[in-house]
Design a protein around this ligand. Structure first.
Ligand code: FHN
Length: 686
């Protein structure tokens, strides 16, 4: 008996030892991550596809036409009502090869499609639920067909998968209006197992995937620990897969960049926006709709032009980011014609100029007056790609601050690569270009230079504010390598004979300072200019009957920007002593309009800053002075105002859609620190 057991025991021990212990990929080395990210960093351009049951109503519900993939939530459609779309989803015109071909011909290198959006519906044959495409009249595994088409055409296939799930009974929280849908028996850990089980299906039955693009991570039931666990779970199924930063809870609103390396995720995900500057050393991808909706909305004809899209692509690439451009297919299974047209035009430009996008790195210049720049390492030097959006009428294109020896320059669209004349000038390199721009949207000039780019940035001119009442001070920050700064005060370009800057300038009248860095009598950088204006402060008022606080009206509703209050009836009105009503974390889908006065303690230049999530607007004396409107995470906008002592009428309009919310008004004068406007500064009178 014993002799028979031994082999079994040995086999069991062998089997157990072969069960690889899960790898903790959060401890991955930089070299391993760089190798894994390489294809993605080179790709630069991908297609996002939001498709599912929501294409059936196509944005419309009971007369409202501004819905899309959120329609079950935004139109408050009960589950049993929404499930009826399953029987109507029959995209008979769907052709995976056509979709992949259109992406490929547009120059896109990867496709990210919604395997499951927030509504919980699967575009694939899942054994975990019947709430998927196999329960529709279509009965075909759409993701399987797209996987095959991508493999056939050499396109990298990727999934968007929502953590939030409005259908699975174990997912919590319920929608705020689903008051009759019981949470009894809901088990979030069982939901996490369901989430993992579906992901395992996606990661084992649809070939090698490029990216798992998580979303819907912001509700309070999902945690960083769950996200890090999910990150490792996915990586252990496909070790080379790339995962975005929405797998955990670290992204800062729409800015997208993970707040701290404590969170997981391989790249940041700014949404509907492009970071003002690149983020050196960070991987990020701006995702954007082509019109105003992710999912198909038949009434939304507000499509970005091809010019806007191509210039965004150049801007993003010049900052070292990727561009994920969205398509929302119809319920028939086709791309909207407006999208098809734009993809074809984008493809035509990419066919000629794709080299200036793929495998490039961020610009070595802080800014260029006529466009953008990307760069690529070449043997013995660097190739700069100058994206000229504003073609020089005088045919003289100045590349400011470039200190390298130029080797050659040519139009990327010129198959003969005929060299363009170049001269080393005061302030940089001048390139003689043809009279007519080769491309009305973005003409690319390739410039080969020796070695790594040596760019001398123009000096930075600073003043406390762009306006002043009596006097101000203007400083010019020296460049780290070029200490000779020369400047003019009449708006002309400084020369080797202009005044040398030695210390901050005291200014008592409106002037324009223009400065550049010089070396051996030659300007080595472009010019920087700053105009400071002398102004008269807006007089304050005395309102003896004014009382402490602000009048407010609160309105319930689902907006994507600050609403027009005309014709709206407030759900609540009263006197607010501060903005706490706007900062109630659990509250969503509302707008508040505050009105009254702000007390200015003394004449001066006040820098007011409005910080909000979502959008907000600030009016002083009925003038819109800060527009921080729109759907966004925490964002601050500021304005410098010359205000006299006394009361000035103020109005702050704010809205919150969903997710985090906050509203703050801060001020500072001079070189002081910006701080919350004290609530004692607010008054009302009615
Ligand atoms: O709620 C989703 C939205 O529907 C869409 O999928 C975008 C695309 O990134 N992500 C979320 C909003 O941030």
């Amino acid at each position: 008996m014993k002799s028979r057991l031994l082999p079994v025991l040995l086999l069991m021990l062998l089997f157990i030892s072969c069960q690889q212990k899960p790898v903790d990929y959060l401890k991955e080395t930089k070299a391993d991550k760089d190798a894994r990210m390489e294809w993605w960093r080179e790709a630069r351009f991908g297609m996002f596809i939001h498709w599912g049951l929501y294409a059936v109503p196509a944005g419309e519900w009971k007369g409202q036409t501004n819905h899309a993939e959120w329609i079950r939530e935004s139109a408050q459609i009960p589950l049993e009502e929404y499930d009826k779309f399953v029987g109507q989803f029959n995209p008979v015109k769907f052709n995976a090869d056509d979709w992949v071909r259109m992406a490929k011909n547009a120059g896109m290198k990867y496709i990210v499609i919604t395997s499951k959006h927030h509504d919980g519906f699967g575009l694939f044959d899942s054994k975990q639920t019947d709430f998927d495409v196999m329960s529709t009249p279509f009965k075909r595994d759409i993701l399987k067909e797209l996987s095959k088409a991508c493999e056939k055409q050499g396109m990298t296939f990727c999934f968007y998968h929502s953590i939030m799930d409005w259908h699975n009974p174990d997912y919590l929280p319920r929608r705020s209006w689903e008051t009759t849908r019981s949470t009894k028996g809901a088990d979030f850990n069982r939901y996490r197992s369901y989430l993992k089980a579906q992901l395992k299906e996606l990661l084992t039955h649809y070939g090698k995937l490029g990216v798992l693009w998580f979303d819907g991570e912001w509700e309070n039931t999902w945690t960083s620990e769950y996200g890090k666990d999910l990150y490792n779970y996915v990586r252990n199924l496909q070790p080379d897969i790339i995962i975005n930063n929405r797998v955990t809870v670290g992204r800062s609103g729409m800015a997208g960049m993970t707040q701290d390396s404590e969170f997981a995720g391989d790249f940041g995900t700014p949404e509907q926006e492009i970071p003002a500057t690149g983020i050196p050393g960070a991987d990020w991808e701006s995702c954007m709709t082509m019109n105003d909706h992710w999912g198909y909305n038949k009434n939304d004809k507000n499509f970005k032009t091809t010019e806007q899209i191509l210039r965004m692509l150049a801007d993003i690439a010049s900052k070292g980011g990727n561009y994920l451009l969205n398509i929302g297919p119809t319920a028939d299974g086709v791309f909207p014609q407006e999208s098809i047209d734009r993809l074809q035009e984008i493809g035509a430009w990419m066919k000629t100029n794709g080299e200036s996008i793929y495998s490039t790195q961020a610009s070595p210049f802080k800014n260029l007056p006529w466009g953008r720049c990307t760069q690529k390492k070449m043997t013995g030097g660097t190739r700069l790609y100058l994206h000229v959006l504003d073609w020089p009428a005088d045919q003289n294109l100045m590349v400011p601050g470039l200190g390298n020896k130029p080797i050659r320059a040519y139009l990327l669209s010129d198959t003969n690569q005929e060299e363009l004349p170049m001269t080393v000038e005061s302030g940089g390199i001048a390139i003689q270009v043809p009279y007519k721009a080769p491309d009305a949207i973005n003409s690319v000039i390739a410039v080969d230079i020796e070695g790594d780019p040596a760019v001398y940035d123009a000096p930075e001119i600073t003043a406390i504010a762009g306006i002043f009442i009596d006097q101000t001070e203007v400083a010019i920050k020296k460049n780290e390598t070029l200490s000779e700064i020369r400047y003019t005060l009449d708006g002309t370009v400084p020369t080797s004979l202009s005044t040398v800057y030695t210390s901050p300038l005291k200014v008592t009248e409106t002037i324009t300072i223009t400065a550049a860095c010089f070396k051996d009598g030659r300007a080595m950088t472009g010019n920087t200019s700053l105009t400071v204006n002398k102004v008269i402060p807006v007089s304050g008022r005395q309102v003896p009957q004014a009382k402490p606080g602000l009048l407010f009206n609160l309105y319930r509703g689902d907006w994507d920007k600050v609403p027009d209050y005309n014709g709206l009836n407030p759900n609540l009105s009263g006197i607010a002593t501060d903005f706490s009503l706007a900062n109630k974390a659990s509250d969503e889908k509302f707008s508040i309009d505050y009105q009254g006065f702000i007390n200015i303690p003394a004449d001066g230049i006040y820098t007011l800053s409005l910080n909000s999530d979502d959008g907000s607007k600030l009016y002083i004396v009925e003038k819109l002075v800060i527009d921080n409107d729109g759907l966004h995470g925490p964002a601050t906008k500021s304005a410098d105002l010359a205000l006299g002592k006394g009361l000035h009428s103020i109005r702050i309009s704010f809205f919150e859609k969903s997710g985090g919310n906050n509203l703050e008004l801060l001020w500072k004068t001079g070189n002081g620190k910006s701080e919350q406007v004290p609530k004692e500064s607010f008054f009302y009178y009615r």
